[in-house]
Ligand binder design. Structure first.
Ligand SMILES: [Zn+2]
Length: 122
């Protein structure tokens, strides 16, 4: 994974070489907007610096947590419109809560489930 660019104060990484034009075609701007909306749910408890975008078409993960840095896979984001759809917001909110819960527990166990649940009812 290597750094590609910073977009709207959010760092973007990719597993493969990908141009800025290709990232734009893949709705990078909309994805960043969505992630910022989700981050706002948690207020200032979560720094925007902790949120990153990555692009990996071959990876099996939509998101992961690396040392309390949250990464979200642009490849899994697909929005045909400029509007944020309800389904997309729900999907990424749960994903967001999941990776955020790894700030408190690395494994998928009962402690992680409790953290995920608490995050989900903010
Ligand atoms: Zn997990």
């Amino acid at each position: 994974m290597k750094f590609v660019r910073s977009f709207a104060k959010m760092d973007v990484y990719a597993a493969v070489n990908i141009s800025r034009a290709e990232l734009k075609k893949k709705n990078l701007n909309r994805f960043v907007k969505l992630l910022k909306e989700l981050r706002d749910v948690f207020g200032h408890e979560l720094s925007l610096d902790a949120i990153h975008v990555f692009y990996d078409a071959d990876g099996g993960s939509d998101a992961f947590n690396h040392d309390q840095a949250l990464f979200f896979n642009l490849h899994y984001y697909d929005s045909p419109t400029n509007e944020l759809s309800y389904d997309s917001m729900v999907y990424w909110f749960i994903s967001f809560c999941h990776v955020l819960a790894h700030n408190f527990e690395k494994s998928h166990n009962s402690k992680h489930a409790v953290s995920l649940s608490v995050n989900s009812v903010v």
